[in-house]
Design a protein around this ligand. Structure first.
Ligand SMILES: Nc1ncnc2c1ncn2[C@@H]1O[C@H](COP(=O)(O)OP(=O)(O)OP(=O)(O)O)[C@@H](O)[C@H]1O
Ligand SMILES: [Mg+2]
Length: 337
């Protein structure tokens, strides 16, 4: 029997309605029937250009927002069907680390209070002594000194602050941590340290991560599997390294080719491309076809669904798996051997 995934996202859709004074209201489909599963104890990376819906996905997985349609099944429970008090109880099991280690920590609080904060919403609040011990233990596990608990965030560097944010996320011993661009604001060497820390925490504490990043090399370094998003949909999934080395979807190839191998590691996020705003009711065929170098007539008529192309690998492309189809995206390269 295959084990139940820790996170099972089913056909998740989120529409936003925008209103302005001088134009007709329009809808943005930030997530479009996205499905994916994450096995316990693994790191699942999410990549995709700015505006493709990564943070929307993170917010829904954290139940900070509600979907227009679809389900988030976490550890066997459908989060959006749970009564509010059950959802509060469940929250201890999934936590989030945000991008900005400066904005996400309250400057007036001591580090000890910041790290302990999630413990106060637990149904059974630990005693003061237990809280103190847990905070000291947590600060130590993220490579900080337990004495740092009495200091304030401004006394720390960006990397140290992100460690504080990670300690806060882990204090309730969650099963899942959603990290949205958690290392993007850090210097290259600090990024590497924080990535090592996350991998270490996965190893020692069995934490499962949904790790969102613009940076393919960072995801390649840390993730077991990856999902590539384009305009609210998953266009490719598979083992991270295989996906970046030999993409099956033309969009993944565009992303991978835009990153000059290992030098891309730590590069600040590129200029955002035009946001993926579209009216869902207008959408037929493949959303990538206008940018796709190998599009055919079928791509305008029929929307490609995510399908298995090779063991463990899926792509949403009519041409995925076709011999030599993707080599056409690289006209100047040597013929594929
Ligand atoms: N509250 C909102 N109201 C209206 N539109 C929204 C809202 N939140 C997100 N969007 C739109 O949904 C789409 C997806 O946004 P989202 O923030 O999830 O993208 P992202 O992949 O996280 O981008 P980035 O890499 O820049 O962080 C965008 O077109 C965005 O403008
Ligand atoms: Mg985002």
């Amino acid at each position: 029997m295959t084990p139940r995934p820790l996170l099972d996202i089913r056909s998740l859709t989120r529409d936003y309605a925008s209103h302005s004074l001088f134009a007709a209201p329009h809808h943005t489909r930030a997530l479009d029937e996205l499905s994916l599963t994450v096995e316990a104890g693994t790191i699942f990376g999410i990549v995709g250009e700015s505006g493709c819906g990564k943070s929307t996905l993170a917010r829904l997985v954290m139940a900070l927002d509600r979907p227009t349609a679809g389900h988030v099944i976490f550890d066997g429970d459908d989060l959006f069907s749970l009564p509010p008090h059950e959802l509060i109880r469940k929250r201890a099991d999934f936590q989030m680390v945000f991008q900005d280690p400066f904005g996400s920590l309250d400057p007036r609080q001591t580090v000890g209070r910041i790290v302990a904060e999630p413990l106060h919403v637990l149904p059974k609040k630990p005693s003061k002594a237990e809280i103190r011990d847990k905070v000291a233990d947590m600060l130590e596990s993220v490579g900080l000194n337990p004495d740092h608990a009495t200091r304030h965030p401004h006394e720390f560097s960006g990397g140290q602050r992100q460690r504080i944010a990670i300690a806060r996320a882990l204090i309730t011993e969650p099963k899942l941590v959603v990290a949205d661009e958690a290392v993007s604001a850090l210097d290259l060497s600090v990024q590497a340290q924080v990535l090592n820390l996350l991998m270490d925490l996965r190893e020692k504490r069995g934490v499962t991560f949904l790790f969102i990043s613009h940076n393919l090399a960072v995801v390649d370094c840390i993730a077991d599997r990856v999902g590539v998003m384009y305009r609210g949909r998953l266009v490719e999934t598979g083992p991270a390294h295989d996906v970046f080395e030999a993409p099956l979807h033309p969009y993944t190839k565009v992303l991978a080719d835009a990153e000059p191998s290992i030098e891309r590691f730590g590069r600040p996020p590129g200029q955002p491309r035009p946001a993926a705003i579209h009216n869902p009711s207008d959408e037929t065929g493949c959303a990538f076809r206008a940018r796709c170098p190998v599009a055919i007539e079928r791509c305008a008529l029929e929307r490609p669904e995510l399908r298995t192309i090779a063991p463990g690998r899926q792509a949403a492309c009519h041409r995925a798996g076709e011999q030599g189809a993707l080599s056409k995206t690289e006209p100047t390269s040597a013929p594929a051997g």
